[in-house]
Design a protein around this ligand. Sequence first.
Ligand code: NAD
Length: 497
Amino acid sequence: MTYLSQNPANFSETVASFQLASVNDIVKAAEVASAAQREWAAVPAPARGRVLAQVGRLFEANKESLAALMTKEIGKTYAESLGEVQEVIDTCDFFLGEGRRLYGQTVPSEMPNKQLFTFRMPVGTTMIITAANFPAAVPSWYLVPALLTGNSIVWKPAETAGAVATAMANIFRAGGVPQGVLDVVIADGATTGAALNEVLERGLIQKVGFTGSTEVGRKIGELCGRHLQSPCLELGGKNPMIVMPDATIDLVVEGALFAGFGTAGQRCTSMGTLWVHEKIYDQVKNAWVSAVENAIIGDPTKAVLYGPMISEAYLNTHEKNLEMVQSNHKVLGSTGTGRITAKNPRNNFLGDPDKGYFAHPTIVEGIVKNDALYHTETFGPLVGLGKFSDLDEAIDLANAHGYGLSSAIYTNDPKNVWKFREQVSSGMVSINNSTSGAEAHLPFGGNGKSGNGSRQSGIWVLDQFTRWQSVNWDYSGRLQKAQMDIMELPYDPDFRL
Ligand code: NAD
């Protein structure tokens, strides 16, 4: 089947077309990757690190063209696309150095003339499945460390970001990654699920990395569990931002605008609900609503807050999510809701709305714990607004939906900061900063419905792509038995001063 990847800001423009892979194609790719893995693992780790440094330099040299392609294919603003490619470069930079570390340990033995060691071993062949919203940075968080540690990869990107994925793979190859070591297969979800079952069944894949929705993550977790594998699952979020009465309001407004509506709310770390203390509620609400109303939305090649939805399917889901708005809610933030068109216009729109899949920003005021909107990740420009009366209540609201990816608190009181940090259940916590915005060398990942506790980035992701091998070397010339042949030195148990 041929898939057409279209520009969501101008859907008459086809960005790329490609044949979607079948189950058989994916299985074949896994066979090739599996056959290539040992040879890649035999390349010394510092040399693999150099390859990734070369890859990083090529991403740097192609930064503008890859960012432009990303903007064209998924509608991310050009400024954010540039930032995303920079994150790939940062990841390559980090792992260049890791190639010269990958430390194991020497461990003292309880017996003489015996040495103990630990070595990090590659897991083998990995299957990486990624979402469209971060088509370069998030895949690089898997691909770069997996390659550095000597694994081979079959990468299944989102179909909607197939052109970016193809360009990325070409850069990795030009940087020196051998063909069979990294293969890209572009396939739909159902085909991928069926192929994953088969490659796990046949023992071709030893690790799965999945970034996407909680719903699909559950299925992948179940499938991997049946094969005694623990996948890396990076899933959805319902990220709260808490505003205490002593917060700096200008900072809150700037942070909430970017966290809620940047990338049209299509980030896993997008703010789900802005929770404001009742003492400053009206002040924060008025300033934030006005900022959202005045923000410029539209053509992603220009200086806009956000561009189109990633594709028509994401716009449709957003329109469906608007059905969760109830009579107890008030809708704010734009001159309409749903799709922006000439007939349903938005003030402060740049470009021709009828050419693309653009959506009005929507603030839903009056969110309470029983609402479907409290519990549901909306993954679009639909953000809740609610009130609380003390920090305990705010922390409960931040945790009770069961997602645990990112959270933020705005306050100038360290006591609030430390209490929130200790009691919030998210894997990532921001203080006086947006819920979104990762750095390439800090662990990234969530808890509860947001993931299975795996972490990407920095040294922490090494535990996803390596397994510890323990080695003991006995050169005593006899069989020494642990726990039985123990050297004990005498002492005087009755000694007192
Ligand atoms: P999705 O789960 O629908 O798709 C993600 C990927 O999985 C795609 O490549 C898709 O083709 C594939 N897929 C779909 N069904 C499958 C199946 N049965 N078996 C195997 N693969 C299958 O997610 P989406 O709508 O593309 O992306 C949005 C979601 O991703 C949101 O929930 C968002 O929060 C999440 N996300 C999380 C992170 C993170 O790091 N935590 C980052 C980005 C996006």
